[in-house]
Design a protein around this ligand. Structure first.
Ligand code: C2O
Ligand code: CU
Length: 458
């Protein structure tokens, strides 16, 4: 293990602390307060909001094509809702207050009931006041298993998060509407966790093959993920299998809401430790450790096969289809001169007073009319033109899309695309799922302060 990568883990001698992931959810999903050890040992427990009182919330595992039925019970002091991120879902179950349902008040319930058409790694999270509610811990894994899953020694869900805790008390700082965060990179934290625990350790064996399902549940942090003592392939992105697995030769970005499924082999020897780390500008820090005890085989496995494909629509010809531009505007150093909220044109200063710092095509709030009005089954290109000096993780509800690569060819299917500062990224999609669908930046502070739009499929 390379110690420098772990230099920020001052108390890395931390014992492994596993969150209680193993309980199987009944037919309810209760949003409520809870407390758990988030910070390193020696700190007090952190008060969180979680589904069934823990973070991550109760894991939901099922097979492709099965049905999810959960009664959301809201025991929080705020209204909430659940969005099933990445599921190509029935619109009425999408969990967006003001667009697909009303927010569920304290003390009330809402019944979610939908089919999962695709296998893969998904997640669910609160979608009301998300900048606060997700930061407090309201998210969990939704894993849809292939009928023929790859043969692995262990299948691990690793939900990455980034917390802003008071360093004295280990409590979540409540500055969710901090204007500096909103107008810059969003709410970045001071402690990262995997599955709600700081620096957890997972027992593995040398030459064991692992499936690692990475989910970035952070409000704003883009992790730059790397592996030490393990090597393998990315086999799926945002739930969708890659036709050709990508060998992991270097670090790769995982933006808020994105997922990556990895198939890796443990190369570290018996009694050594492999690790998952994030490479930041000022050094790397460890996210999780994998403590090797024993050998699964005398040599690592060789090769990998793609995961079985999901029933995505045919999308091959993107010439002669309408192209829609979405300009990402505002933020620090590119301050909005003006933008609209509804019919009203406001100056940058008026917008700032309302806590709005960003705009999508001149709107600093989800507009009355959709950005795109698409007929069912049509094909569209969307170009995200980032005029700001910050990266944005643009997410479409209801559909996956294909990236259009710089050479014009079609890249992987995703539901969230990272658009770097000053960059333009194009995507293409078949609008085959009817309804009103949100389109927004998944840096949740940006979404709360202007980067929110929608499209309609009829
Ligand atoms: Cu996970 Cu509207 O998003
Ligand atoms: Cu953004």
């Amino acid at each position: 293990m390379n110690l420098s990568r772990r230099s920020l883990l001052k108390s890395a001698a931390a014992l492994a602390v596993f969150p209680t992931l193993a309980r199987s959810a009944p037919l309810t999903l209760t949003a409520r307060e809870g407390a758990q050890l988030i910070a390193p040992p020696g700190y007090p427990e952190t008060d969180i909001w979680g589904f069934d009182g823990s973070v991550p919330g109760s894991p939901i595992h099922l097979k492709q094509g099965e049905r999810v039925q959960r009664r959301l019970v809201n025991e929080l002091p705020q209204a909430t809702s659940v969005h099933w991120h990445g599921i190509r879902i029935d619109n009425a179950m999408d969990g967006v207050p003001g667009l697909t349902q009303e927010a569920v008040p304290s003390g009330a319930t809402f019944d979610y009931d939908f089919i999962v058409p695709d296998a893969g790694t998904y997640w669910y999270h609160a979608h009301n006041k998300s900048v606060e509610q997700v930061a407090r811990g309201l998210y969990g894994p939704l894993i849809v298993h292939e009928s023929e899953a790859p043969d692995v020694g262990q299948d691990l869900v690793l939900m990455l998060d980034d917390w802003r805790l008071d360093p004295e008390t280990a409590q979540i700082t409540q500055d969710f509407d901090n204007g500096h965060d909103l107008s810059h990179a969003g709410r970045l934290g001071n402690l990262t966790t995997v599955n709600g625990a700081f620096d957890p350790s997972f027992p593995v064996q040398q030459n064991q093959r692992l499936r690692l399902r990475l989910v970035n549940a952070a409000n704003a942090r883009v992790f730059t993920v790397g592996l030490d003592g393990m090597s393998g392939w990315i086999v799926a992105l945002d739930g969708m299998p890659l036709a050709e697995p990508i060998p992991i030769e270097d670090t790769f970005p995982l933006a808020p809401a994105q997922r990556a499924d990895l198939l890796v082999d443990v190369l570290a020897a018996d009694a050594e430790t492999a690790s998952l780390f994030s490479q930041e500008r000022d050094g790397a820090f460890g996210l999780a450790r994998f403590s090797v005890a024993g050998q699964a085989a005398s040599t690592p496995r060789s090769g990998v096969r793609p995961l079985p494909p999901n029933p995505l629509p045919e999308l091959t010809d993107i010439n002669n289809v309408p192209r829609h531009e979405m300009r990402l505007q505002g933020g620090a150093m590119r301050w909005l001169e003006s933008a609209r909220i509804g019919e009203t044109q406001l100056s940058g200063r008026e917008l700032a007073q309302l806590g709005r710092f960003w705009a999508l095509n001149g709107y600093a709030e989800r507009p009355e009319d959709p950005f795109l009005d698409a007929s069912l089954g049509s094909v569209h290109r969307i170009a995200f033109v980032n005029e700001t000096v910050f990266p944005h993780a643009m997410h479409l509800h209801g559909h996956h899309f294909r990236l259009i690569l710089p050479d014009g060819s079609l890249g992987p299917w995703r539901d969230t695309v990272l658009v770097e500062r000053g960059e333009t990224r194009e995507i293409a999609l078949v609008t085959d799922n009817p309804g009103n669908w949100l389109l927004h930046c998944h840096m949740l502070g940006h979404a709360a302060s202007g980067m929110m739009s929608w499209y309609r499929v009829t």
